[in-house]
Design a protein around this ligand. Structure first.
Ligand code: COA
Ligand code: AMP
Length: 627
């Protein structure tokens, strides 16, 4: 007899169309979809095409209409500014409808892009939902990115409008956003019509007449706007993520599939009920924030928490447990690195004992591999179910999880449990053949991807196809390697490309390499991720200086640290740069980055046969040790 999960999964496998149309029926569409998915002339899949809905109506209006206007929709808790604020569904709906009015009066209509470069404040959520209300496409840029990164995204998305704030507040510093924004707008070729700036008292920004508009002033005279019906396949947002090159990829999310997936996941992946309190301790600049701070909890009528703080130092390692007690949080979702930071400061989890955390049913982790020591520590100290789940910006929701809403399966340390219904996950070897159980290979998903996943890259379908669909025809290439064990449990072992994960932030070593290589003293370089006990991974660069360079290598190294910081942002954390005599390469000239990582991590070196001079690793090792 099959267990409930297997039965459910089989239902999906037998008829994905029927399975998802049933899920879609549970949402209040303006016009119900008649078919599950179509393939367009480019071969791209779009879910529920022809159906009409509005994501802001789903997140807000439907609950107000159903009589839940007084229920708390959003709690803003900001230890860095000492602020706490609560919005009911009705209050949030009114703010969103009014801000949609502000944008409409500035000429924003369906299909226009709006870039949002904001810290973790309610206005950021209001801006996102107001775009959805108008059918405009938002593109949120994480506040930790520097001007150059913002400019690259502005040039790709070509927004009509930018929403921003005067500043962000970090643990012990105020980050003024306005100079970064102004710099980005100067760097960008695309010109925006207007910027709406939310002034925060921690740093009031000078506004540029004719271009910049004060958020609060504009709201005073704004008229509320009703939600606009959009097609299911109209984009809701673009979210840029790091690939292997210096140009980020604009992941497109469509309204219809996204809404169905968000609703389904709240129940299946997180085991929530409407009215529960859900907390994703992440940032709205990342996919976790889009899906699980903003859209999914609100569409499912949960209370969501917007936390402007860190797991530690705001003010201490008890912050998470304090918030859980204060708002009676039922499910907490964060990245393993956040708990490693707490564990470092409070190894015995005294904070967890001090606070009343009895409302908390489960802890969810994602964003990077949940290493068994962190899993075991959390399990032992909290005695809660510790649920790892694996996903990506591209998918927008969990590809593998413990499907607690259907059946709470036993967990295994190091495994993100089983494929989520909707995802046909397989492991293929380099010849495209299925791997045996426990054999490692490329983790792929059989097409079509389920609702909610990216249909393509913004304005770049060729890149989408070459990056994700070409290597294994008929499958989506996740970029992760891993295996499935005898019980059908999935183990994700890490990226197979040049993407690294630093404190749950996805970064491209390829992009850092482009910046390092542009330094006039650098002949060639390699940037790769090395293991870090707190942040999971940290980037490290090895550089070879030009023969005619006569200056100090240390000066170059320090300059490069600063350049990467100012071009990508402080979150890049490239602090270790080492000059070496030469870099190891294959006969065809490919730099052996993987071997360099193994060398620095002290792992066994798996040197390919295509290298003539294996002694180079000993030489580099000596150069590193001498430092
Ligand atoms: N705006 C501006 N700067 C930011 C920023 C933001 N939103 N977020 C981070 N930074 C800056 C930090 O201030 C820091 O700058 P510094 O070098 O001048 O000190 C730098 O970027 C590195 O930040 P971070 O990687 O966050 O390191 P940290 O030491 O400040 O904090 C952790 C370490 C583990 C506490 C923190 O990374 C964390 O909370 N991680 C969880 C991540 C997460 O939730 N990821 C989302 C996926 S679920
Ligand atoms: P992002 O797009 O920023 O969410 O990063 C996605 C990448 O993070 C994945 O491709 C994985 O490499 C990694 N990742 C996310 N969640 C997990 C997890 N639960 N286990 C292992 N790796 C993960």
């Amino acid at each position: 007899m099959l267990g409930p999960y297997k039965q459910h999964y089989n239902n999906f496998k037998q008829s994905p169309e029927q399975f998802w149309l049933e899920q879609a029926k549970r949402l209040p569409w303006y016009k119900k979809p008649e078919h599950a998915y179509i393939q367009d002339n480019d071969g791209l899949y779009h879910w529920f095409d022809g159906g009409q809905l509005n994501s802001s109506f789903l997140a807000l209006d439907q609950h107000v209409i159903a009589g839940f206007g007084e229920q708390t929709a959003l709690i803003y808790d900001s230890p860095v500014t000492n602020t706490k604020q609560t919005y009911s569904y009705l209050q949030l709906q009114q703010q969103v409808a009014k801000f949609a009015g502000v944008m409409q009066s500035l000429g924003v209509t369906k299909g226009d892009r709006v870039v949002i470069y904001m810290p973790m404040i309610p206005q950021a959520v209001i801006g996102m939902l107001a775009c959805a209300r108008l059918g405009a496409i938002h593109s949120v840029v994480f506040g930790g990115f520097a001007a150059h990164e913002l400019a690259v995204r502005i040039d790709d998305a070509k927004p009509k409008l930018v929403l921003s704030a005067s500043c962000g507040v970090e643990v012990d510093s105020i980050i003024e956003y306005k100079p970064l924004l102004d710099n980005a707008l100067d760097l960008a070729t695309h010109k925006v019509d207007h910027c709406v700036i939310y002034q925060r008292e921690q740093a009031i920004a000078p506004l540029t007449p004719t271009r910049d508009i004060n958020w609060d002033n504009a709201m005073q005279s704004a008229k509320e706007v009703a939600p606009v019906a959009v097609n299911a396949s109209d984009p809701l947002y673009i979210l840029y993520t790091s690939g292997t090159t210096g140009t980020p990829k604009g992941v497109v999310r469509e309204n219809g599939g996204h809404a169905v997936a968000m609703h389904y996941s709240m129940e299946t992946v997180y085991g929530m009920q409407p009215g529960d309190v859900f907390w994703a301790a992440s940032d709205i600049g990342w996919v976790v924030g889009h899906s699980y701070i903003v859209y999914a909890p609100l569409m499912y009528r949960c209370t969501t928490i917007l936390f402007e703080g860190k797991p530690v130092r705001t003010p201490d390692a008890n912050a998470f447990w304090r918030v859980v007690e204060e708002y009676k949080v039922n499910a907490l979702f964060s990245a393993p690195t956040a708990f490693r930071a707490i564990k470092k400061e409070d190894p015995n989890a005294e904070g967890f004992k001090q606070y009343n955390t009895s409302s908390l049913k489960r802890l969810f982790l994602a964003g990077e591999r949940l290493d068994p020591p962190t899993y075991n520590w959390l399990k032992e100290k909290t005695n809660l179910p510790i649920l790892d789940h694996w996903w990506q910006t591209e998918t927008g929701w969990a590809i593998a999880c413990n499907p607690v809403g259907i059946e709470e399966l036993a967990t295994k340390p190091g495994s993100s449990t089983v494929p989520t219904p909707g995802f046909d996950v397989q492991i293929l070897n380099m010849h495209g053949e299925q791997c045996a159980p426990n054999e490692q290979g490329a983790v792929v998903i059989k097409l079509p991807l389920p609702p909610g996943c990216m249909p393509t890259i913004w304005q770049n379908t060729p890149r989408f196809k070459t990056g994700y669909l070409t290597e294994y025809p008929g499958y989506y290439l996740s970029g992760d390697g891993g295996y499935i064990d005898d019980d059908g449990y999935l183990f994700i072992m890490g990226r197979t490309d040049d993407v690294i994960n630093v404190a749950g932030h996805r970064l491209s070593t390829g992009e850092m390499e482009e910046i390092v290589a542009a330094h006039p003293a650098v002949a060639e370089c390699a940037v790769f991720g090395v293991t870090d006990n707190l942040k999971g991974q940290l980037p490290m660069a090895m550089i070879v200086l030009k023969n005619d360079f006569t200056g100090s290598p240390t000066d170059v190294e320090q300059e490069l640290v600063q350049t990467v910081r100012s071009q990508i942002g402080a979150i890049a954390c490239l602090k270790t740069i080492v000059s070496v005599e030469r870099l190891p390469k294959t006969r065809s000239g490919k730099i052996l980055r993987k071997n360099l990582r193994q060398l620095v991590d002290g792992d066994e070196l798996q040197i390919p046969s295509t290298i003539d001079d294996a002694g180079i690793f000993e030489e580099i090792n000596q150069q590193i040790t001498q430092r």
